[in-house]
Design a protein around this ligand. Structure first.
Ligand SMILES: [Zn+2]
Length: 117
């Protein structure tokens, strides 16, 4: 959290109390609740939303902006929308496919096997 050095996820997940060489805390490289999207990532998400034929939502309530704006926009453009989330979302009725009873990890593993077959 102090510098921009990056480490393999195993260091964060497997070592208790792992710190950076600079002494700062390690944190996952994801956007946490309440944080803004980095500007570059936001622009890239906008571009990909405009180009997508298929938009897959993984583990989001779709209640928080700006994350919930991207699938709405993709759907408006004619992309197919798949929502994988344990609970219902405001976009469920507009989704082409809903998956609510399967952990995201197992879905991604099955997808990877399918893509590598
Ligand atoms: Zn550091």
């Amino acid at each position: 959290m102090r510098c921009v050095r990056e480490y393999a996820s195993s260091r964060y997940l497997e070592e208790t109390g792992a710190n950076c060489e600079c002494g700062g805390f390690l944190r996952p490289s994801v956007v946490l609740f309440g944080e803004g999207l980095p500007p570059f990532d936001y622009e890239r998400a906008e571009e990909w939303t405009e180009e997508a034929d298929l938009f897959i939502v993984l583990g989001s309530s779709l209640l928080v902006s700006p994350a919930n704006l991207f699938p709405r926009r993709a759907k408006q453009r004619g992309a197919r929308l798949v929502i994988v989330n344990r609970d219902t979302t405001p976009l469920d009725e507009r989704a082409d496919m809903l998956i609510q009873n399967e952990p995201i990890g197992s879905i991604l593993q099955r997808t990877e096997k399918y893509l590598n077959a």
